[in-house]
Structure formats: C-alpha cells, structure tokens
Unconditional design. Sequence first.
Lengths: 248, 248
Amino acid sequence: MENEADAPSRAHYHHGDLRRALLDAALELVSSKGAEGFSLREAAREVGVSPAAAYRHFEDKKALMSALAMEGMGRLALAMEKALESVPGAPGSAARATGRLMAVGKAYVDFAVQHASDFQVMFGPWCDHQEPCDLPPEAKPLGRDPFRILVDTLDELVSSGAVTAEARQGMEIAAWSSVHGLASLLVSDALPLDAKEQRLALDLVLRIQLLGMGCAPSLLGLDGKRGKADASRSATLLANLFCKLNSR
Amino acid sequence: MENEADAPSRAHYHHGDLRRALLDAALELVSSKGAEGFSLREAAREVGVSPAAAYRHFEDKKALMSALAMEGMGRLALAMEKALESVPGAPGSAARATGRLMAVGKAYVDFAVQHASDFQVMFGPWCDHQEPCDLPPEAKPLGRDPFRILVDTLDELVSSGAVTAEARQGMEIAAWSSVHGLASLLVSDALPLDAKEQRLALDLVLRIQLLGMGCAPSLLGLDGKRGKADASRSATLLANLFCKLNSR
DNA sequence: CCATCAATGTGAACGGCGCATACATTGCAA
DNA sequence: TTGCAATGTATGCGCCGTTCACATTGATGG
C-alpha cells in the first residue's frame, strides 16, 4: 500500500521499514482514537502485517509507545524552534528576547492542544524522560530538546538585559510549570476554554511569569491604554469561567 | 472478608454495599499498580464477586474510573481545606492570606505526588470535569471543590490588601496552571526532583506568581538576607537539574 | 552459483480483558 | 404468601498483548 517498486523486496515478506510504518500507523491511530484505545494489533493490521511481526522491532507495546513519545518530543522541539525563528525585533534586544519566550510558550501550548493525544503519550506513564528525545531531520542540526530550548531562551532574557541573572535562577522550572500546567489543563478539558480564551490565558500566564522575574512592565505592553485593555479582556475571560463553573 | 454480621444479609448474595467496595478496591489497585493496569475484573475478584456484578452499579469501566476521579477530587479538596486551617496569622492580614495561598498550593502538589495514580485518573481521559466532585463527609459542610477553594483563597488576597482587585483578575487560571504544571511534571517524572527540591520548586513557583500579581516582596520574605538565602538555594536546585540534564 | 544463515514475517495458541445476555437468588411490598 | 424489582452468577463473544514454532527472504562466503 506504500512502496511497491522502490523497496528492495517487491511483494510480501520483508517490508521496507516496518518499524517506521508501525510508528506512523501508531501516530495516526493515537491521534484519531486517543492514547487509551490504541492497540498494537490494530497498528499491525493497518500496516498489513501480522501482530507478531511488531515484536521483531519493539520489545513490547510500551516500547513502541515510548518511541512514539520520543518522536513527539522531537516534533515539539521543532515546533518551538520554528516559533523562535519567526519572532521579529533587533537581535539582542530585550523586546525580542521577551517575544521569543512568549513564542516558545505559545508553541508549547499550541502543540499540546493540536496534538492532544501525542501530548498525553509524551507525559503519560510511557515515555522515559531520562532518554534523549528523537529529533526530526529539520531539527537535527540544532540538536536541542524542548527543555534545552527553554533554557537557552531564558538565557537570552538575561543577556539582552530584560531580567537580571539573579532573578533568572530556577526560572526553567517556574516557566515550564506554568506553561505545561496550562497545556495540561486544556488537554484534560479541566479548563474548557475556546481558542481565543486560550490565547488570553497564555498571555496572562507568561506575563505573570515575566513580571515575577522582574521584567519591566513596559516591555510587556502593560502600561497606559494597553494595560486597561488587557484588564478588560481578562475580566471577560473570568466571567466566562464563572459562568461555566456555576452552571454545573 | 469485610462485613460478616453487620450487613443485612449474612452470606453471599446481596453484598452490603458493592458499589462502595468496588470503589475501595479500585482505589487500592490503582494506587498500587497504576491507572493503566487497572482492570474491572481484578477489582471484582478482590471483592469476591463475579465480574458481571460490577455492571449493576456502574454502566461501564469508564463510569467506575470517573466515580473514582470524582472521589479523588473530593479528597484533594479535603486536603486543601485542612492545609488552609492550619495556617497561622491574624485573620484578615495580608501575611496570612499569602500564607494560605502557599498552603493550598503545597497541599495540591503534595497530594499529586503522594497519590500519583489517583492524580492521573483525576486528570486523565476519564473524569468529566463538568460534573460536581464527590466530597468526603468531612468536607461536605463547606461544600467547596478544589477550584472553588482556590478562587476563595485568591479573593482573600484582595480583601486583605495583599494584592489589588485589578491584579487579581484571571489569577485563578495563572495560579492553577503554575501549581498544576509543577504537580504534573513531578508525577510524570519529567522533572525528577527529590522531596527537598520539590519544596523549593513549589516555593519558587508560588513566589513568582505572587510577585507577578504585584504582591509586595516584603510579604514573601524576599528582602534583605532572606532574599540572598533563597537565591543560593535556587542555585543549588538548578545545579542539580543541569547535572541530570547533561548526564543523559 | 549455490548453500547457509541471520533477519524478518506468519500462524496458532494462551490467558486476560470489557461487555452482553440469560438465568438464579434475594428482600420487600401488596 | 406471592409477585417483583434489585442484585448477583454463568457463560460466551470478540479483542487484546504476548509467545513460540515455523516459513520466507536477502546477503554472504565457499
């Protein structure tokens, strides 16, 4: 169904790259039917191979899920790198550095929401976070995993002068927690926000983070009229939340 | 194995409260073997009843998990209420209000770490977060779910004067995200911290949060010598993290 | 050029699972 | 007492993960 002439073998036995095909099928199945409902047999069926064949390439189901999770981490890293690239501003400027932190945060949350099942696999009881993640080819040359990207982006805040080196200490944990928490709550539907509300919530979370790091409010557009506008948008967000909370 | 004389029936048929017994067995099994490995049949076996009997009390496995999740939410609410009670300070004072926010945050993270599997069930693909949660008897009179407790605790910050009403807007989302994010990362072992590091990380996250809300640094013990001590502790935390990051 | 062999896929089987259906037992209420 | 709704049992279906013996293949070396 995939390769008929280019693979070394032409018909049945000796699939070109069964491992890859299984991972692709698994990705699609997990995306469409959720992580819980995924079955190794169904992935094998999809690829057109017997269930036992999968065991020539993965020790067990958990190993397949783990490989899937590592590739997910790689795709997340790529999404973050791409988001970083497209941030405007003078290199080395404080405005650009804060913009880049906002961008990686947005990329993280967007990835979680758009690939919710992948995200659950990546942070579920499968993935072993001690192993290196599996970067896609486009992200290979840079060789940064998501956490490394966050660390580097925080360092830029210091070198650009947006925050002091002292205030930066430990911020990988605080920033990661905030953004990961928002992403998790959205994915688990504990915080049922629509796309617009998600954007506002992320803005809020990241601004709190930067303010807490001692970043100048003027860098975040929080003085004058912009500040007032933000406050009223937050109020709208809150009103919606309370409505949902009380209606249950 | 549980009731032999006090239940209305004495021997086999008509278990006293099978629903309760199944939920208790499920809680224990999920705690000991993880949420993924849990099976309805095993819970029935544990209680000493046929597998099909469970379907007289739960529509399907998902319904049982959902009930378990709701009870977990109730236990979390109780833990937060208890943590709130034991915070000292003059009622209405800003110091007490900030202490109470720190306390609920600590209770949240501690619950997640100590009942990791429950926590996964509560925020996994089971629990329907639109339904009211199932409070244990001790928490019934107050009738507050975890989110409500957070909202009320944030309101205390305003009424005590620790933060302005304007700065408070939307903070339920930001505060919940931070704390939930830290809890999730710890539970999924993406952030492998020991107990002491967890405490420091939580302090950091909550302080950032309060600072971002415009809370006076003096309220958080961040001026003078205390500030320096915190900075050096954070540095230790960071050094450990980088060690772990680089060793892989 | 062909024998050999490691790699890779197949088929059948095992026990466990979620769930449905038909049936048995019980307590209660008319 | 009798009938009935509630509650538990027995059995069976199809799917699952996993294993093991066996089949097929492409590459290697005599």
